[in-house]
Design a protein around this ligand. Structure first.
Ligand SMILES: [Zn+2]
Length: 60
C-alpha cells in the first residue's frame, strides 16, 4: 500500500479514486448520492423515497 500519491483525488463518498468523467466522484452513483444528501438536508422528504436500484454505470 503506497500512500505517497498526492495526485490521486479520492471520491468523498466512498473513498475510491475518482473518475474525471464524474469528478470529483468515482461514479454517477456517488454523484447522485451526494446530490441526494444535499437535497435531504434542504428538503425534509416524508417517508421512504424511491431507491435508486443497483445501476452502476448509468448515464444521465
Ligand atoms: Zn465513490
Amino acid at each position: 500500500m503506497t500512500t505517497s500519491t498526492p495526485l490521486v483525488r479520492r471520491c468523498p463518498i466512498c473513498g475510491k479514486p475518482r473518475v474525471e468523467q464524474h469528478a470529483p466522484f468515482c461514479s454517477s452513483r456517488c454523484r447522485d448520492r451526494d446530490l441526494m444528501r444535499w437535497l435531504d438536508e434542504g428538503y425534509a422528504i416524508p417517508g421512504p423515497s424511491t431507491l435508486g436500484g443497483e445501476d452502476d454505470d448509468r448515464e444521465n
